[in-house]
Design a protein around this ligand. Structure first.
Ligand SMILES: Cc1ncc(COP(=O)(O)O)c(C=O)c1O
Length: 281
């Protein structure tokens, strides 16, 4: 479709990682990654990657910024001069210069260290995620699991085609009991970290309705295709039995509706566990 209308197909491959999905092999022109996620792998640094196939015909009449003399760079015609890496050079020479996101050497070092273990981590991520998704799918306190690796998911066939090594480890599920149950769940996890990031070696979880999107009411959440019951997990590389144990006890706690303090010192917060009352909310 993109090529029919003369624009490049750009794929954000962050959630799959270059190990699980190869968009250039499927006809994409450009691939981008937030390297902050699986590539770095430990939530310790922020960075990004642009991969240009060099195949897109920028001289199709729709991209004067690539073919006309650039006022921002000595009247250079990027496509004519650099050809198949013209767009990358424009990104470096003009955009990187103007926006200024230069990576610190220490950050680059963290990224390279992460990259060395990407393939090993991804195999473990997808193995753990498949076990967790199956566990959640069968749990009475879970209404739905949206993981394309599960047979029956509407994207399962596509996942088999595009993600032959596994369907990643970031997915959502719906908890019975809506926003309140989600809040009780998120306050009860002990191993999983309550974090808005994804793609770390450690398992991460977030309940948008009680955190990042708490300003929206239930209807507004549904309109945004989030839903008050939706929980997002990024399954890490810990022992999968520990992950399942934690999810299991937190799901049990989420279904207890009697009045009780949200925290009893056993919550997800390391500070709450270590120091108790002052850090309880
Ligand atoms: C799929 C995806 N792409 C891109 C980004 C942007 O990443 P960064 O914050 O590293 O720029 C994110 C961040 O959450 C993301 O989830």
């Amino acid at each position: 479709l993109a090529h029919e209308v003369g624009v490049p197909l750009i794929i954000d491959n962050t959630f799959a990682s270059p190990y699980l999905c190869r968009p250039l092999d499927w006809g994409a022109d450009i691939v981008v990654h937030s390297a902050t996620k699986f590539i770095c792998g430990h939530g310790t640094a922020i960075g990004g990657v642009i991969v240009d196939s060099g195949r897109f015909p920028w001289d199709n009449g729709k991209f004067p910024g690539m073919t006309e003399p650039s006022k921002g760079y000595h009247d250079l015609r990027f496509f004519e001069y650099f050809g198949d890496f013209g767009w990358l050079l424009k990104c470096r020479a003009e955009m990187l210069r103007d926006y200024g996101p230069t990576m610190a050497p220490f950050t680059a070092w963290l990224m390279l260290i992460g990259l060395e273990t990407l393939h090993v981590r991804m195999d473990r991520h997808v193995r753990n995620a498949a076990v967790v998704a199956t566990f959640l799918d069968q749990h009475p306190a879970v209404d739905y699991v949206n993981y394309p690796g599960l047979p029956g998911n509407r994207y399962h066939e596509l996942a088999l085609k595009y993600l032959p090594r596994g369907a990643g480890s970031i997915f959502t599920f719906g908890i019975k009991g809506g926003r309140d149950a989600g809040r009780r769940f998120i306050e009860s996890v002990q191993l999983l970290s309550h974090l808005a990031n994804v793609g770390d070696a450690k398992s991460l979880v977030i309940h948008p309705a009680s955190t990042t999107h708490q300003q929206l009411d239930d209807d507004e959440l549904r309109a945004a295709r989030i839903g008050p019951e939706m929980v997002r997990v990024s399954i890490g590389i810990e022992d999968v039995e520990d992950i399942v144990w934690d999810l299991s006890q937190a799901l049990d706690a989420s279904q207890v509706t009697s009045e009780r303090p949200a925290y009893d010192g056993q919550g997800h917060s390391v500070l709450a566990k270590a120091f108790g009352a002052p850090y309880q909310t």
